[in-house]
Ligand binder design. Structure first.
Ligand SMILES: *Cc1c(COP(=O)(O)O)cnc(C)c1O
Length: 363
């Protein structure tokens, strides 16, 4: 016997979502973003599942890239923020990690490094997000400098990132694309990359040589509204647990820490063994849906470290709830986005911060 709290990982759903990304831009190469432990799903398992089809992977830092290499992943791996320290350049060249170059300091370090063989670089352009990247007016000179360096492989990818692609009504994405197209060099040896998940799904005009899907691969939509392509995604993680205790709480009695929920009627309360120590958000308010035996029931009372309490009174009229019955916190039938919305955050955060305590089980 063991604690029933776990994250089932559906790799068929992952591959389905990857194929969807590919099919939306068949002329582009599709680089899965597996940073932050593949958005909480397990970077090695995800990369292995896509290794037959993905030409490269994207991560946030060299430690994440080294973890994939140690697991036997052979593809090039792009470090999305480039290097943090000069000592990473040699390691990157040796392991075929691609380096984003997004500021002068990184550029100087790469050009000035003493390398026995060159690295591949992506030139990051700040087209409007104003977080990373060279200013549009600097791009031509940086490109020339990198092209002229013996430390840099000839094929350079010019890249930018969207700030508002998840908002299909915003004009910001088209402005970013226009600015990018104005300044990005075009020659036979340079490639372009713009699209994240939201752009792949909703902005066909952002298709370029490389696309960089993250969130959509895990089967969640970057949009708040239904969207024709996003609606075909299949959730990869089934975050589940089980009922471990049941009681009837009399009207007027409270449940849980701080007694923040009081029963208005005699209520059947199921205790489920999952809490904020497992990545279930403590800020989840009363009424946040939990699927018990496949039926939506409201969370009642504060989320504890290891447990939550759910009002199954209405469910109990349909089927008797018993200890051991399954509870789904998010997954098929209960999008992580919906839980996140109740909690004032986004599904990205809930997935990414799932702790190691929750075993990832490949379905
Ligand atoms: C994380 C990341 C992506 C993927 O974004 P999603 O919204 O998860 O698709 C793409 N590009 C860059 C540069 C990123 O850092």
């Amino acid at each position: 016997m063991s604690r029933p709290t776990r994250a089932l990982i559906d790799l068929d759903a992952l591959r389905h979502n990857y194929k969807l990304a590919q099919s939306l831009a068949p002329a582009s190469k599709t680089m899965p973003m597996v940073k932050a432990n593949a958005y909480g799903h397990g970077a090695v398992a995800v990369a292995e599942a896509l290794a037959d089809s993905a030409p490269a992977f994207g991560v946030a830092c060299i430690e994440e890239a080294l973890q994939l290499r140690a697991a036997g992943i052979k593809q090039p791996i792009l470090l999305l923020e480039g290097i943090f320290d000069e000592s990473e350049i040699k390691l990157a060249a040796r392991h075929n990690f691609w380096l984003m170059v997004e500021n002068q300091r990184q550029q100087d370090a790469i050009i000035g490094a003493d390398l026995s063989h060159p690295v591949s670089v992506w030139l990051g352009v700040d087209s409007g997000m104003h977080r990373l990247g060279f200013q549009p007016g600097e791009v031509a000179a940086v490109y020339q400098a990198l092209r002229g360096s013996r430390n840099v492989n000839r094929q350079i990818v010019i890249a930018s990132h969207f700030a508002c692609a998840d908002n299909l009504a915003s004009t910001a994405t088209e402005k970013q694309i226009a600015l990018f197209d104005q300044v990005a060099p075009r020659d036979s040896e340079c490639l372009h990359s713009l699209a994240n998940s939201a752009a792949i799904l909703g902005w066909p005009q952002a298709q370029r040589d490389w696309q960089r899907p993250g969130y959509m691969l895990y089967g969640a939509s970057p949009f708040a509204e239904p969207q024709i392509n996003a609606d075909q995604l299949k959730p990869v993680m089934h975050f589940e647990s089980a009922v471990i205790s049941l009681r009837t709480v009399a009207a007027g009695e409270s449940v849980g820490y701080t007694a923040n929920w009081t029963a208005e009627r005699n209520s059947r309360i199921a205790t489920i063994t999952v809490g904020y120590g497992d990545g279930y958000p403590r800020q989840a308010p009363n009424g946040t849906p939990v699927l018990v035996n496949g039926v939506r029931c409201p969370l009642v009372g504060r989320v504890s470290m290891d447990m939550i309490t759910v009002d199954v009174s209405d469910l109990n009229n349909v089927t008797e709830v018993a200890i051991g019955d399954r509870a789904l916190l998010w997954g098929p039938g209960l999008p992580v986005n919906e839980v996140a919305q109740h909690c004032g955050t986004i599904g990205y955060e809930l997935l990414t911060r799932m702790p190691a305590r929750v075993p990832r089980i490949i379905l």
